[in-house]
Design a protein around this ligand. Structure first.
Ligand SMILES: CC(C)(COP(=O)(O)OP(=O)(O)OC[C@H]1O[C@@H](n2cnc3c(N)ncnc32)[C@H](O)[C@@H]1OP(=O)(O)O)[C@@H](O)C(=O)NCCC(=O)NCCS
Length: 333
């Protein structure tokens, strides 16, 4: 066996240990559906029955980096690690404050992270946190031994790219950041899949520079809801089954399933399709709406705060988003 073949053979046995999770919400407070009724032709009844969302948070003066910093500080403090021990800092986001520098670079300065560690943002839309975990796991292998920890965030301010006259989108999203501190571990099995395909790049997108060049506004989310719904209820069970097959496990062996928190009806469809127990699937979207890449770590944070996560439990996280992108992981708490 060559060294490379040996490395590849050993790699699946290197897992991830979660040392701490943290979160941050806009300080302006929760925005109920009744407030959205004042902006667009909608109703609390429509939003709750079609999505399950009751409230969400929007930043007023706060920026994405402020949420990211607060979430990272909470996760690092709960993990009991110091900034100089961070070898990798990745922020999943599609709503950075600036196109450049990245939120990760801004965090480096604000948190006092080492200057010669790896820091960058990645954009895999709502699947971003799962892409971030998988990327961090690979980068940690080559991190300095004195910096064995990765700080992985999902940090989003979708309110900055919402058309608040479009009832099809503006009632769905909310701002939030959430973070996890992880390290490589042989005791905490972890496996993940990530994927992407583009059937039609206009199904779900946030306009940008090319749009501006062609005279359209940049920075606005557009969505064909039903198409996205169809994609979601197909890819989530598929991804869960793929992860279970690779781990040689059944759904009944899993303690919690954490889906990207976009819509209650999507999760109900998945539960039904997989003949699963509804209580296996954690849901907190009623409080936050769809917080894009922050939704999965925010769910893990809430579960941890509620005492639902016990050492050794098996958790499947599964996300999907614009691209389309998707990802799923089986992690061990
Ligand atoms: C967006 C979504 C909630 C819409 O629900 P739906 O049951 O598919 O509703 P439709 O799109 O068929 O619209 C039905 C009607 O409700 C209307 N409607 C849309 N948004 C509305 C709102 N906020 N309030 C009231 N009515 C609304 C539509 O205009 C349409 O009216 P019409 O029949 O007169 O044309 C649903 O498609 C969805 O959740 N899709 C997935 C979105 C998602 O997950 N995105 C994020 C991916 S990361």
């Amino acid at each position: 066996m060559t060294k490379l073949e040996m490395l590849r053979a050993e790699w699946p046995h290197i897992g991830l240990k979660f040392l701490g999770v943290g979160h941050a919400l806009p300080s302006a407070g929760a925005v109920p559906n009744t407030y959205m009724e004042r902006l667009v032709d909608t109703s609390d009844e429509w939003i709750v029955s079609r999505t399950g969302i009751k409230e969400r948070y929007f930043c007023a003066e706060q920026t994405n980096i402020e949420l990211a910093q607060a979430a990272a500080e909470e996760a690092m403090s709960r993990a009991g690690i110091k900034p100089e021990q961070v070898g990798v800092c990745l922020v999943a986001t599609f709503t950075p404050d600036r196109m450049s520098p990245s939120l990760a670079c801004m965090l480096q300065e604000r948190l006092g992270l080492p200057q010669d560690s790896v820091m960058f943002d990645l954009n895999a839309a709502c699947a971003g946190f799962l892409y971030g975990l998988q990327t961090a796991r690979q980068l940690l292998l080559t991190a300095e031994p004195t910096r064995p920890y990765a700080l992985v965030l999902g940090s989003e301010t979708p309110s900055r790219v919402m058309d608040f006259t479009d009832r099809n989108t503006c009632v769905l999203f909310g701002d939030a950041a959430a973070a996890a501190v992880v390290e490589l571990s042989e005791e905490k099995p972890y496996l993940a899949i990530c994927g992407s395909r583009t059937d039609n790049e206009n199904m779900l997108y946030c306009s940008g520079l090319a749009d501006q060049q062609q005279g359209r506004p940049g920075g606005v989310v557009h969505m064909q809801g039903q198409e996205v719904f169809r994609f979601a209820v197909d890819i989530i069970p598929h991804s869960i089954e793929q992860v279970l097959a690779r781990a040689n496990l059944q759904l009944a062996d899993i303690d919690h399933v954490v889906c990207h928190q976009a819509n209650n009806r999507i999760i109900s469809h998945v539960v039904k399709k997989m003949h699963a127990a509804p209580e296996q699937f954690f849901i907190n979207l009623q409080h936050y709406g769809n917080t894009s890449s922050a939704s999965i770590p925010l769910a893990l944070n809430d579960m941890w705060e509620q005492g639902l996560l016990k050492p050794g439990q098996r958790i499947i996280c599964v996300g999907f988003g614009a691209g389309f992108t998707w990802g799923a992981c089986l992690l061990t708490w």
